[in-house]
Design a protein around this ligand. Sequence first.
Ligand code: ADP
Length: 309
Amino acid sequence: MKSIRIFAPATVANLSCGFDVLGCCLDTVGDEMVISLVNEPGVKITKIEGAKLPMDSDKNVASVAVNALLEDYKKEVGIQIEIYKKIKAGSGIGSSAASSAGAVWAVNHLLGSPFTGKDLVKYAMAGEKLASGNAHADNVAPALLGGFTLVRSYTPLDVIRLHSPKDLVMTVIHPQIEVKTSDSRSVIKHKIDLKQAIHQWGNVGGLVAGLFTEDYDLIGRSLEDVIIEPLRSILIPEFNNVKNAALNQGALGCGISGSGPSIFALSKGLETANKVADAIREVYNNTGLDFDIHVSKINEQGIRILENI
Ligand code: ADP
């Protein structure tokens, strides 16, 4: 038996303007998993701590993603998965993605790395399909490749690793309320106005250019979402007050993380990110709601091995 313990990071998807295509990887928030190669063929979830999630391998995103990989690997293999959850499911910071991406990354490593990081995105997407009914890659791609990623195309899958300016720091607040995925989906319109589309793709281009040229002002100007945020933000208590507080403290931009309810703010430098955290905390202290706040630099590496067991 060969086992590794890994860190499977949380991720922030969409980044305001890039619905379903942009994402980035966090460093201080994530799950741990122990993945083992065993003699007995098949994929089993043997332990879950920290959350109530399905042990059934057809219902857990980690085993579903690994089975997608093994279908292409074609040789018979035995895998056991232990999940130590720290990222709450439904938080909007890639809880299911951490499990899907972590599991396929670890299995690939244990098998001697027959697949590339970009291949692994495809397998991890099978887990995302199970979690949300939609095989999106904007959380699994940054978890697997690290840094910022862009899904240029889904058909065929074309994922691009972007540059990460080293001073960017994320502040994330997770209000502990339940926003039903069905509600956050039902508020989105499936047809958009051409003027809004022009505005939005201008921002996507601006954000990508800003990341590569390390132009922090351009990054800030481009962190704007004229399509999804106006509709979804009404489901998140104090969204506008949090955003105003973050921008007043000097955040470059602020928006909904994934499908919410988490809210992210991106800042230049740790000092500003911590000030943003304090300001957001003050807004939420008045609500009586429970919440977590994370401050994290961008994780350039993605998933990493914590221990060879
Ligand atoms: P998040 O918005 O934080 O990424 P999702 O809504 O994508 O969370 O995923 C949560 C859903 O996926 C829940 O219905 C949960 O039961 C299911 N799920 C299945 N396996 C896992 C797993 N290993 N980790 C997290 N969620 C899982």
